[in-house]
Design a protein around this ligand. Structure first.
Ligand code: SF4
Ligand code: SF4
Length: 272
């Protein structure tokens, strides 16, 4: 046996390398990951966290096995950086509503963004932003999308475990109403006529809002095969004007195709 192979035999096995990148976002998803507590500590034992600015390690150009991306693409710098992140990563996973469906900042896609800039900033000429805010999948291939605003830290840790084991990660996509019933929450739409997005929103939050007697506002994005047309009609039946129905769909996940289309459909009525 050569000296090289002998030293390899005693070397500890390489841990998978993981990075967490921030784009245009509020950092809430990174905080949710940090708040995963024991699950994150267990993950940190199994992987080498090479870039996670919120937690300490900084190496943004590192080549990694898994890159998590928080935030949407809203500046020219974001647009070129996401291409580099993709080419440095084996798997790319989006973290939360901003990265997966535009986030709150994508609301400017429906407005006069330059007008807002002028109203908010004293010197708007120093702000460099793209005309439209877009989710990561519109720029590079994405291997897995994790929803939520913020994302569930435990869901992230579980997804890493699956990816490293070569198994497809299990991301729930059933409607929130099912989870709501399992949690035995009283339906706020039936009892109070609140315009709840639960019938078209994927679960993942544990039905947090209905359990606190408020309507879901769709932060986990559209469930598979959600009937947004029927829910739009239900909202109208509850007394919402067309513009209010638009705002239910065009909110945190406005660039998710199902919600984008539902809002545009309602806006079509609004423009009649
Ligand atoms: S998805 Fe929500 S919590 Fe996460 S970065 Fe965007 S705004 Fe913040
Ligand atoms: S409160 Fe909302 S999520 Fe719960 S059952 Fe009613 S409509 Fe569905």
């Amino acid at each position: 046996m050569s000296e090289v192979s002998a030293s390899n035999a005693t070397a500890p096995p390489c841990k998978p390398r993981v990075a967490v990148h921030k784009f245009s976002s509020c950092d809430g998803c990174q905080l949710a990951l940090l708040n995963a507590g024991e699950a994150l500590l267990a993950l940190a034992e199994r992987v080498d966290l090479v870039h996670f600015a919120e937690a300490g390690p900084m190496d943004p150009e590192a080549e990694v096995d898994i890159a998590f991306v928080e935030g949407s693409v809203s500046t020219p710098e974001d647009r070129s950086r996401i291409v580099r992140v993709r080419s440095n990563s084996r798997f790319l996973v989006t973290l939360g509503a901003c990265a997966t469906a535009g986030g709150i900042q994508a609301l400017r896609n429906f407005a006069d963004g330059d007008g807002w800039l002028g109203a908010v900033y004293a010197s708007p000429e120093f702000v460099s932003s793209l005309a439209q805010v877009s989710p990561i999948r519109e720029h590079v291939h994405v291997d897995l999308e994790l929803w939520g605003c913020p994302v569930s830290g435990r869901q992230v840790v579980s997804a890493v475990g699956s990816l490293l084991a070569g198994a497809p990660p299990a991301v729930p996509d059933e409607r929130l109403c099912l989870e709501c019933k399992r949690q035995q929450a009283v339906c706020v739409m039936v009892t109070r006529g609140a315009p709840c997005m639960g019938p078209v929103t994927r679960t993942g939050c544990g039905a947090l809002c209905p359990r606190f007697e408020r309507d879901c506002y769709g932060c986990y994005g559209p469930a598979e095969h959600s009937n947004t047309q029927a829910l739009g009609r239900r909202f109208a039946g509850l007394g919402l004007v067309d513009e209010a129905v638009v705002r239910r769909f065009h909110f945190i996940n406005s660039q998710a195709p199902a919600f984008l289309e539902a809002g545009q459909r309602a806006r079509g009525h609004a423009d009649d």
